[in-house]
Design a protein around this ligand. Structure first.
Ligand code: HH2
Length: 275
C-alpha cells in the first residue's frame, strides 16, 4: 500500500536557506569508497547521523551511476533487494527521501515505500516510463544533465541548457507540473573536468528556467584535476564548490559530508547576511 509522504517540494523550498541532500549509497561499488554502505544496518546508522547533522533530504541510491565509467549494471530486482531493508526505515526517520535511480520500476516501488522525490541522472530521457511514474505519484523530480561520453569540443553550457529544456518538455507532456522540477547540471557526468568547472562557474545561466537548482560536486574528479587527490581527500574542494554554487543560485547541494557542508553553508550565509 502506498505510504503518503508528508514532504512536498513547496514545503522544502519554503526554508529560507540552502538545503542539504545527504548521499546514502547502498552499493558496493560507488566511486567514493567512504560513501559505500552495502550493509543495511550501517546504512541506516549513516542516515541517522546525516539527519542529526542537518540533512534536509536523504538521497538513496542502490546502483552506482559511476560518473567516471566502469559501472556494473544492476537489475531492478537487485536494486529492490538492496533498497527493501533500508529505504522504508530511512523514511520512517521523518526525513524527506529521494530515490536515485535510472529505472522507473525502482522509482515506482520507492515512491510507494516512503520516498517523496525522484532523482533521475538521465533527466527523464533514458527510461520512457520515468516521467509517467513521477506524474502518477505527483512526485517532484530532479532532472540532471548527462551524456554518454564527454566531448571536449562542444559548448557544454549550450548542451546542458538544451538537454534540460528537453527534460522540462518531457516532464510537462507526461503531466509533471513544472513547479515540481529541480534542475541539475550533472557535475562529472559526460563532462571533462574542465567542463565540470565550466558548468559550475556558469551556473547562474541556468536561472533562466526559473526553477530551483541542485549541484552535486561531492568528491568528484574535477577537484583532482585542480588539486591532485583521491576521492577520500576531496572534502575541501567539495565544500568550496558547494558554497560557491549556493552563492551562484543553487538551492540544494548533494553531499557525502553533511555535517561539514551544513557548517560551511551556515557560516557562508551568516557572513553574507552581514555583508
Ligand atoms: N551524482 C552522483 C549520483 N547521483 N544525482 C544528482 N542529481 N546529481 C549528482 O551530481 C549525482 C547524482 C554520483 O555520486 P555518487 O552517488 O556518490 O556516486 P555513485 O553513482 O558512484 O554511487
Amino acid at each position: 500500500m502506498a505510504v503518503p509522504s508528508p514532504f512536498s517540494l513547496k514545503s522544502l523550498l519554503a526554508e529560507p536557506r540552502p538545503l542539504v541532500m545527504g548521499v546514502l549509497n547502498i552499493t558496493p561499488d560507488s566511486f567514493y569508497a567512504g560513501g559505500r554502505y552495502p550493509d543495511p544496518e550501517q546504512a541506516l546508522a549513516n542516515a541517522c547521523a546525516m539527519v542529526k547533522a542537518g540533512a534536509d533530504i536523504i538521497d538513496i541510491g542502490a546502483e552506482s551511476t559511476r560518473p567516471y565509467g566502469g559501472a556494473i549494471p544492476v537489475s531492478a530486482d537487485e536494486e529492490l533487494a538492496r533498497l527493501t531493508p533500508v529505504l522504508p526505515a530511512v523514511a520512517a526517520l521523518g526525513v524527506a527521501v529521494s530515490i536515485d535511480t535510472m529505472k522507473s520500476a525502482v522509482a515506482e516501488w520507492a515512491l510507494h515505500a516512503g520516498a517523496s522525490i525522484v532523482n533521475d541522472v538521465w533527466g527523464l530521457q533514458r527510461d520512457p516510463d520515468m516521467a509517467r511514474v513521477a506524474a502518477e505519484h505527483g512526485a517532484p523530480v530532479i532532472v540532471m544533465h548527462n551524456r554518454e561520453k564527454a566531448d571536449p569540443s562542444i559548448d557544454i553550457m549550450a548542451d546542458v541548457i538544451g538537454f534540460l529544456s528537453r527534460s522540462i518538455e518531457i516532464a510537462e507532456a507526461a503531466g509533471v507540473a513544472r513547479d515540481r522540477l529541480v534542475l541539475d547540471p550533472g557535475v562529472g557526468f559526460g563532462k571533462t573536468p574542465e567542463q565540470s568547472v565550466m558548468v559550475l562557474s556558469r551556473l547562474h545561466e541556468l536561472k533562466r528556467f526559473g526553477l530551483p537548482l541542485l549541484v552535486g560536486a561531492s568528491r568528484k574528479r574535477f577537484i583532482a584535476a585542480i588539486s591532485p587527490s583521491e576521492p577520500g581527500e576531496r572534502l575541501g574542494g567539495s565544500i568550496a564548490a558547494h558554497v560557491l554554487a549556493v552563492l551562484a543560485g543553487a538551492k540544494f547541494v548533494r553531499t557525502h559530508d553533511v555535517a561539514e557542508t551544513v557548517q560551511a553553508l551556515r557560516v557562508a550565509m551568516a557572513i553574507r547576511r552581514n555583508a
